[in-house]
Design a protein around this ligand. Sequence first.
Ligand code: S3P
Length: 446
Amino acid sequence: MTPMASRPAHTLTGVARVPGDKSISHRALLIGALSTEETVIEGLLEGEDVLRTAAAIRALGATAERSTDSVWRVRGRGLGGLVEPADILDMGNSGTAARLLMGILASHPLTAFLTGDASLNRRPMGRVRGPLEQFGAQLITRSADRMPLAIIGTADPVPVRYRLPVASAQVKSAVLLAGLNTPGVTTVIEQQPTRDHTERMLRHFGADVESVEADEGAWEISVAGQPELRGRPVQVPADISSAAFPMVAALIVPGSEVTLTDVGINPLRTGLVHTLREMGADIEMRNERTFAGEPVADLFVRAGRLAGVTVPASRAPSMIDEYPILAIAAAVAEGKTEMRGLAELRVKESDRLGAMARGLAACGVSIEEGDDSLTVHGCAGNVPGGGNIATDLDHRVAMAFLVLGLASDRAVVVDDADPIDTSFPGFIALMNRLGARIGPLTEVGS
Ligand code: S3P
């Protein structure tokens, strides 16, 4: 446990590139492992979560080597060629790694055991168990379908047509990845569109993936089974979910001007930018281009006054990981911000809805917590601060409150900054280079 404190900052200025996109990094490694020939990945996120995926594909017989800083070379086994792992696969803190891998394993004839840290082992796995059993896989889980679990993949998978009961890119991806080594066409129907990195990455590697709009705004995504996947170069964009932290910091510290380069701006991930602009934020996208089928841009962010808004439930999938940092922007904004449709936040790395509500209250911000909603009454400037925040193994809760400290009258302390490495190694150094004052309690004072 490494406690960390954050104090009011003067201004944040400069140019920074946050680490690679976590979702895309997992997919590049996993799909690389299923391909023939070599996949060279540039800009891979070298955070704990992704390193777990790299370790898992090695345990399944692929090679994954770091050649230089953020450049990785993967040699896959070809679809269907994975070998049974000799030991338990430890997925650490990563729900994405665990669920996507379960999808792949479901249609490979081998048995694997998966575990994770205390946070991952309390998260729901029934949502992937259901569809994966339809392919013919067997799963043995703890009570309430939690990990550790065993998965026995099938040698004769049958294609599945599955309607997602929750808006989840992880479940959609698990089904599509199980469909890869299954003869015939596997289809997922999603009521609300979720991030489509799996679809884009599969197409990039040569698979036949179709997305068509169905009735009432639903989407049907189909993958033709048993394609020949060939290793491809992948350039990973900077993670918009990580960029969100310096972005909001620059908005709420008066006088700030920050540029964040190479940020992925996939339209299914930009709900936060949309919401912040509605609040009055000055965020420009410059130099738009494409990396491995994914749109990227440089984001130019300038501080300014923010006003509260109502964020509709329909926007949740496009900013699901950004509510903690949006709640921080809302705390500094003028007026009331109401966020709806947040039930999924209760089953992330921590109960993020509860964690944000408790943390904001501890920093003197007035909030109302509903079962699946959060209302924040903004302070129209600095918040009182002074809170001591329990991060509960949640990287985004830790980073969100360290950003709040920059716009607080009194320092904000998080009890443990270690989990930040799961998604954003170098967060504190990057923020301090821009002008933040984040450091151990003794150095920063209170
Ligand atoms: C992810 C999907 C989201 C998100 C997670 C990464 C992915 O989860 O919260 O951090 O890479 O597919 P759900 O799909 O479960 O909402």
